[in-house]
Unconditional design. Structure first.
Length: 151
């Protein structure tokens, strides 16, 4: 059993403010998608306020949403991202979010029980943007094994 869990950050630049009519359908699906994540096999933790709201965290500016979570392993995260109801919303992201020219998803291994901060996560994203995928920060296209294990 691994002594590490997989952290992930993804960011999205909104086309309109979150409370605008153009974002209403996205907002209407947030609770449903978060509930799917909360019960997904391998889900460990996600950043949210005391009220369960992850959208209130805006460390990259008012128009950029951040999603920060921790998963048991890569397979669990991939299943949620690509095989659950999350995939349906992800396919429609162009309706609500601007296309990003730089990396907007970063993965990295954390010691079991560690909950990354937004500052830590953004630093990993910036590292990925500057250096490409490495053991310190990678993406779904080029994955690295957890320390002490093999893929």
């Amino acid at each position: 059993m691994s002594q590490h869990e997989l952290a992930q950050l993804n960011i999205a630049a909104m086309k309109e403010p979150l409370d605008s009519p153009g974002m209403a359908e996205f907002v209407a699906n947030l609770d449903r998608i978060n509930a799917l994540a909360d019960v997904a096999p391998g889900f460990v933790w996600r950043l949210e306020s005391d009220d369960g709201d992850a959208t209130e965290f805006r460390p990259l500016g008012d128009m950029t949403l951040v999603n920060l979570s921790v998963w048991k392993d890569l397979a669990a995260l991939k299943d949620f991202v690509y095989q659950s109801g999350h995939a349906e919303i992800m396919r429609r992201r162009a309706q609500w979010f601007d296309r990003m020219r730089e990396a907007y998803v970063v993965l990295w291994w954390v010691p079991q029980g560690h909950r990354p901060t937004t500052d830590e996560a953004i630093a990993r994203l910036e590292y990925l943007r500057a250096n490409g995928p490495t053991e310190a920060a990678f993406n779904f296209g080029k994955v690295f094994a957890a320390p002490g294990s093999v893929l």
